[in-house]
Design a protein around this ligand. Structure first.
Ligand code: FAD
Ligand code: SF4
Length: 493
């Protein structure tokens, strides 16, 4: 395959895979925005890696993926070896390649950002794994010896799936329980298909079942089975419960008709897009209040909040035919939590961004007709080091709106049965776990002898959003992986 041309990055510009044309997206196409590289493009893009010797990309990736090494294998066309190497650190590489905010993580740290454009790490990761899986490659567990140990995993989101993957590789039977009928957690029912096609999770289920992972879906722990029963039947339990209590902005008027919380909006819409015609009448597990979606065609939609969820809402509203879609965010663009790539895509699809706007109230009689906002400027940093958004006196105005979607983020909502089993929580509702190295450094614990991601019940481990608070797929995958390492140490020494 020839040696690597060191200066390939000069001749070959950074290039992403082709995207669905704008007019189709605006016309309601829900297909995944980015296509897959062809073989030649994948080799060229992977070949742009300098192998700079100090792989900042790997350090910045929460999973510490062996990025330069699998880029080199991709350049050489050794796709199955590249896929095997990608799986050594990442239980869900095709998912992360699609949804990671690479501009803030691996690609944001690429040496080539120095004027040449980062290597398209995420797109190559997706290419390698999609192609290998399509060609029938599967993780090789032929040398794994069954240990006779069994672990129950509660939650089939990225944390739970990553934990199950690592347990299977250690010869431990993982049984994954989820209240939903499909695996993936937010990957299946929250993140829209234009970022992640549903077929990706179906394929991952096939891979995990091939590794011996068992799924018990449509089962809610605490309602259908108790944690005590799981502890009696299994050697340990992993909690990957997610974080679903949405942040209540306490805005006057938030009970008006056509004011929607973001996640039920995305879930209901996802069901309808995928042909579940009865979705409007079905409740969403975990949400007491059922919402029926208003028709957005020709309507003025205002989305409040600038995170990934907000970006998914604005781009869904575009595809649903809204006449005008506006995103109001209280800080400036540089401080937006949403990925810069998603903001650029939203802008291209016609979304208007109003930065430095603090919502004050939702207006209307029975149905919302506007949002009162005030302009803000950035002031002193808060406890987390982020500059506070301070209201500029006398700057109020009203945004006309037919539909308002509130996307202020999520907080952990731990079930009451945890404390009955000695699983302690932190003040903010996060499950308290033993500190570990890597991407989780903020939780300190002085309980000597505990294992990574072990809770205050020694046989119960936890990770993902229910431990960190709402965050990212890649950090949930990291915590599931590390918790599995802790479980393996406890059970196998
Ligand atoms: P989840 O994915 O929430 O999975 C938890 C699972 O546990 C669920 O399936 C739930 O049904 C199950 N469960 C909970 N309680 C029980 C119980 N008692 N019994 C049985 N099952 C139970 N991150 C990114 O990196 N990139 C993105 O582009 C991105 N976009 C996002 C868009 C939206 C709309 C949202 C809401 C989040 C987004 N995120 C994104 C964040 C990411 O999805 C989460 O950080 C990640 O899914 C957390 O993984 P988890 O496994 O901890 O929890
Ligand atoms: Fe980049 Fe995410 Fe892949 Fe890590 S897992 S290399 S951060 S895309």
């Amino acid at each position: 395959n020839g040696s690597r041309p060191v200066f390939a990055f000069r001749e070959t510009p950074r290039q992403m895979p082709t995207r669905i044309p704008l007019e189709l997206r605006q016309g309601g196409d829900w297909g995944e925005l980015y296509g897959r590289f062809g073989e030649a493009d994948a080799k060229h893009q992977a070949g742009r890696c300098l192998d700079c010797g100090n792989p900042y990309c790997s350090w910045k990736c929460p999973l510490h993926n062996y990025i330069p090494r699998w880029l080199e294998l991709a350049r050489e066309g050794r796709i199955h070896e590249a896929a095997a190497l990608a799986h050594e650190t990442n239980p869900l590489p095709e998912v992360c390649g699609r949804v990671c905010p690479q501009d803030r993580l691996c690609e944001g740290s690429c040496t080539l950002n120095d004027g040449f454009g980062a290597v398209t790490i995420g797109a190559v990761e997706k290419y390698i794994v999609d192609r290998a899986l399509d060609e029938g490659w599967r993780p090789d567990l032929s040398r794994v010896v069954a240990t006779g140990k069994r672990v129950a995993v509660i939650g089939a989101g990225p944390a739970g799936l990553s934990c199950a993957d690592r347990l299977a590789r250690a010869g431990i039977q993982a049984v994954v329980f989820d209240r939903y009928e499909q695996i993936g957690g937010l990957l299946h029912f929250g993140i829209p298909s234009f970022k992640l096609e549903k077929s990706v999770m179906a394929q991952r289920r096939d891979v995990l079942e091939g590794m011996g992972v068992q799924f018990r879906l449509g089962v809610e722990i605490g309602r259908d089975i108790g944690l005590d029963a799981l502890l009696a039947d299994h050697d340990a339990v992993f909690l990957g419960l997610g974080s679903y209590r949405y942040t209540d902005g306490g805005l006057p008027g938030q009970d008006l008709r056509n004011v929607l919380p973001a996640l039920p909006f995305l879930v209901q819409n996802g069901r309808l897009v995928h042909g579940d015609d009865e979705a409007q009448a079905k409740p969403i597990a975990g949400w007491e209040d059922h919402i029926a979606l208003p028709d957005l065609r020709g309507r003025r939609v205002v989305v409040l909040g600038g995170g990934d969820t907000g970006m998914d809402c604005v781009r869904s509203a575009v595809r649903l035919g809204a006449a005008r879609v506006t995103c109001a965010y209280r800080r400036d663009e540089a401080n937006m939590p949403g990925s810069a790539r998603e903001v650029a895509n939203a802008r291209e699809e016609g979304v208007q961004f109003l930065f430095n706007r603090q919502p004050l109230a939702l207006l209307g009689e029975e149905t919302v007709n506007g949002v009162r906002v005030a302009e803000t400027r950035l002031g002193e940093p808060d406890v987390r080091g982020r500059q506070r958004a301070e209201i500029v006196p006398g700057s109020e105005s009203v945004l006309a709106a037919d539909v308002v979607i509130i996307a202020f983020g999520f907080q952990p909502d731990p079930p009451a049965w945890l404390s009955a089993h000695g699983v302690e929580l932190e003040d903010n509702g996060r499950i308290h776990v033993m500190q570990t190295q890597g991407c989780t450094t903020r939780r300190a614990s002085n309980t000597a002898g505990r294992l990574p991601y072990q809770t205050t019940n020694a046989r119960v481990f936890a990770g993902g959003d229910s431990v960190r608070g709402a965050d990212l797929v890649v950090t949930a995958a990291y915590e599931g992986r590390e918790a599995a390492a802790g479980i393996v140490r406890m059970l196998l020494g």
